[in-house]
Design a protein around this ligand. Structure first.
Ligand SMILES: Nc1ncnc2c1ncn2[C@@H]1O[C@H](COP(=O)(O)OP(=O)(O)OP(=O)(O)O)[C@@H](O)[C@H]1O
Ligand SMILES: [Mg+2]
Length: 572
């Protein structure tokens, strides 16, 4: 494992150092206790059995029992401490990554499949956590037991100890040799796990579309194909691991056989006692076990390294490059508390030589556009699909960066407004509002988490959501399923409208919010918006500009320019 990887993991381990140190200390005690056991066997054979001393034999048996019981108690305490500390590391890692991902600009998030993210956050983080914490335990246990058994073995017979150790350098070389293959095969398996997770996530949330296209068998076949690839990769990885472990074991057995051969010869010729050989072999088995677990650490570190790389990829600058840190100094004051003096009319927008698109999709969507929108005006923007209307809205909310120029909201460059304050001032209604798996009430309150119940109910009343609540079995407490399948598109728009009302924005943008509504529902929604947000700046992005009654201006986004196309209606 490269030091860079460990440096990155270190802060997470450092916070849990006392607990991990306690785990290590207890592991030392448990190790020492277990090391005493083979020595007692030697005493039983040589001093009890061969010396025909039954009282001594009895005392030694009690000692074995007491040591085993103490080992059990220490083991239980250690497991408790260990699970807590390692879970702490896991959760801290995952929470930090989640906080990072959830605040990434959406344009960057779309680059990664959700299933891939989930696999990295779940499987890979767990792999790192396992390594980060298991290593402490395994290393302490392994190194200590190996050191102690080696010392005792050398003390008992240095010749036999030398023979026993002969396999170790070969085993180390073998692991080192296999390293690139282990890394590559582990990565292949992790990637396929991501692919399957993504497949499940994507298809299970689109069952309706799958059935509509009659693609059930097609998707099942795709899963089977993904599984076959996974199996192939898993087998390759497992067989490699097994071969490396197996050859390593063979070498250990060879060393054991050599010890029996040489040790047996010495016992037969009276140079070594039977008890010594029995105890030596017991220590050797223990020492071999420790050596194997230390060697396994090498393999585990290779696996963890793959996971670390996959998790660190989530934090790479490419993922977060756009998330410029903005100061909130110039941010307009958030809406005052209830009872504050009536605020002045806000929501004046100005686009100053705005250039947009190259940073997003590699081609200009808007070139040197200058435009002013009065506070409280209602404007319509239309244009071909792919012209860049949604990207323009994203730029207004700082979801994507400008190539040049600036957008001002009430005189403040939006690039200097703290994103959360900006997104509170500019509310966007989209074609398919997100409905979370929660009650209708909580879905409404998503607009402002600290809104009192009465404010939510008032906004619901204003947006006509009461009728929806009346229809649902448990009213506002009714649980909405994933993606809000219980609600029609028009109803989901009303939920979004309640959220917007609670946010009390200065600018309300409808980005194709009417697209999935019939003409009557669209007119009704627009009417409701004019009624509730009549004094706010409204930007209606639509493919059917004629639906929008009495706009102050109509623009077409064409050839990277906003062209005014309502001159006959233009105001002085
Ligand atoms: N994150 C992104 N990465 C790459 N390209 C993008 C990204 N976001 C938008 N684009 C591209 O930018 C162009 C403008 O897209 P945009 O969604 O803004 O168009 P639109 O005018 O809103 O279209 P529609 O009317 O279909 O909603 C498209 O070619 C789109 O593929
Ligand atoms: Mg769009």
């Amino acid at each position: 494992m490269r030091s860079g990887h460990l440096r990155w993991l270190w802060p997470y381990l450092r916070a849990r150092l006392p607990a991990l140190a306690a785990v290590a200390a207890l592991a030392v005690v448990a190790s020492l206790l277990s090391i005493a056991l083979p020595y007692l066997t030697k005493e039983i054979v040589d001093q009890g059995l061969l010396a025909h001393d039954f009282p001594r034999l009895e005392r030694l048996c009690w000692a074995i029992l007491a040591i085993a019981a103490a080992g059990f108690a220490i083991g239980a305490l250690n497991r408790w401490l260990y699970v807590r500390a390692s879970a702490d590391v896991l959760f801290a890692l995952r929470e930090d990554l989640y906080a990072h991902l959830v605040s990434l600009p959406p344009a960057l998030q779309r680059r990664r499949a959700v299933g891939d993210l989930v696999t990295r956050l779940d499987g890979d983080v767990a792999e790192i956590q396992r390594f980060g914490t298991d290593t402490v335990l395994a290393f302490v246990n392994g190194a200590l037991a190996l050191g102690a058994t080696a010392a005792i073995m050398i003390y008992m017979s240095w010749r036999l100890a030398l023979i026993a150790a002969a396999a170790l350098p070969l085993q180390l070389a073998l692991r080192q040799l296999a390293r690139p293959w282990i890394t590559a095969r582990t990565r292949a398996v992790r990637e396929q796990t991501s692919a399957i997770a993504h497949f499940l996530y994507e298809t299970l949330s689109a069952t309706k579309a799958i059935q509509a296209y009659g693609a059930e068998r097609h998707e099942s076949a795709r899963l089977a194909g993904l599984n076959r690839t996974y199996l192939g990769r898993l087998l390759a990885q497992q067989m490699l691991n097994f071969t490396v472990g197996g050859v390593s074991n063979l070498l250990s057995h060879g060393a054991t056989a050599a010890v029996f051969l040489v040790g047996g010869y010495r016992v037969i010729h009276g140079e070594t006692s039977v008890g010594t050989l029995v105890a030596f072999v017991a220590y050797m088995a223990r020492g071999t076990g420790s050596a194997v677990s230390l060697l396994n650490l090498v393999t585990a570190s290779q696996r963890a390294r793959v996971s670390l790389e996959r998790v660190r990829e989530l934090l790479e600058p490419g993922e977060s490059g756009v998330a410029a840190v903005a100061s909130s100094v110039d941010a307009p004051a958030p809406d005052g508390p209830a009872g504050a003096p009536r605020r002045r009319r806000r929501g004046e927008l100005s686009f100053e030589r705005v250039r947009l698109g190259v940073a997003v999709c590699g081609r200009p969507l808007l070139a040197d556009t200058t435009l002013a929108i009065d506070a409280g005006a209602k404007i319509v923007i239309h244009g071909d699909s792919g012209a860049g209307k949604s990207t323009l809205v994203d730029a207004l909310c700082r979801f994507v960066p400008l190539d040049a120029g600036r957008i001002r909201l009430d005189g403040c460059d939006v690039a200097t407004i703290e994103p959360r304050a900006l997104r509170r001032a500019v509310a966007v209604l989209v074609t398919e509002p997100t409905i979370f798996r929660a009650s209708l009430f909580d879905n409404l309150r998503y607009g402002r988490f600290d809104a009192p119940e009465s404010a939510v109910l008032r906004a619901a009343h204003r947006a006509g959501v009461e009728a929806i609540a009346d229809r649902l079995p448990a009213g506002y407490a009714s649980l909405l399923g994933e993606h809000g399948r219980e609600l029609s598109t028009g109803e989901r728009q009303r939920v979004a409208l309640v959220r917007a009302l609670l946010r009390d924005p200065d600018v309300l943008v409808l980005d194709e919010a009417l697209a999935n509504l019939d003409a009557a529902a669209a007119v009704e929604l627009l009417h409701l918006i004019d009624e509730q947000f009549g004094d706010r700046t409204r930007i209606v992005v639509t493919h059917v500009p004629s639906r929008v009654p009495s706009p102050d201006a109509v623009y077409e986004l064409r050839d990277a320019a906003l062209v005014r196309c309502d001159d006959r209606r233009a105001r002085a």
